[in-house]
Ligand binder design. Sequence first.
Ligand code: ZN
Length: 221
Amino acid sequence: MSDRDVARERADQLVAAAEQLFTAGVMSHSGHANLSARLDGQRLLLTPGFVRGLRPEQLATVGFDGQVLAGELQSVSAEIIAMHSAVYEARPHVGAVIHTHSPSATAFAVAHRPLPCRTEPMLRFGQAEDVPVVPWGPRGSDVSVRGIADVLRRRPTTAAVLLANHGLLVFGPDAAATAHLVVAIEESAEAEIAAAAIGGAVDFPPGAQEAVRAAISRVAS
Ligand SMILES: [Zn+2]
């Protein structure tokens, strides 16, 4: 596939993922989110500052260094390039990054409470550990971006972080898998909060992760 075909395919995948987030009902009232996909070791495709009604040709191509190479970004989006780039630089196998203000996950972020992995979808869709909290810093600031990089270093297998007093940042191999994980995390956060009213959520039994892995490999083989 040519570079242009790859870019077009990833743009289509990002638009489909954005639609999936709205369909699943995991967006906040404002509908705020930004989604990106890696193009190569230095460039990414990024939503232009809105996601509702997004078309593939409206995505911008930007360098990890913050330079806009093609398309247009609203000024608010320029601030978040570094937030996305930090993830791609820390995790060479990550192909897509999604940031949302999904309400229940954001409740954990606002409470500075890591979100435990205590639901089947979260375990199954790639977050078999708690979602850690990154200390607050103004969006896109050095403090915030350094905080993300620090947590990713300390937690080499986490596929998501909560941004304190802000929202959720999730990453994965491609846009569809990453959107699935956003939905799984939001569902889990909602369930944790609901369970708190009836005695509190309970951990999986020991060995749950291994049991799920074995079940997945049985289906795949
Ligand atoms: Zn945000």
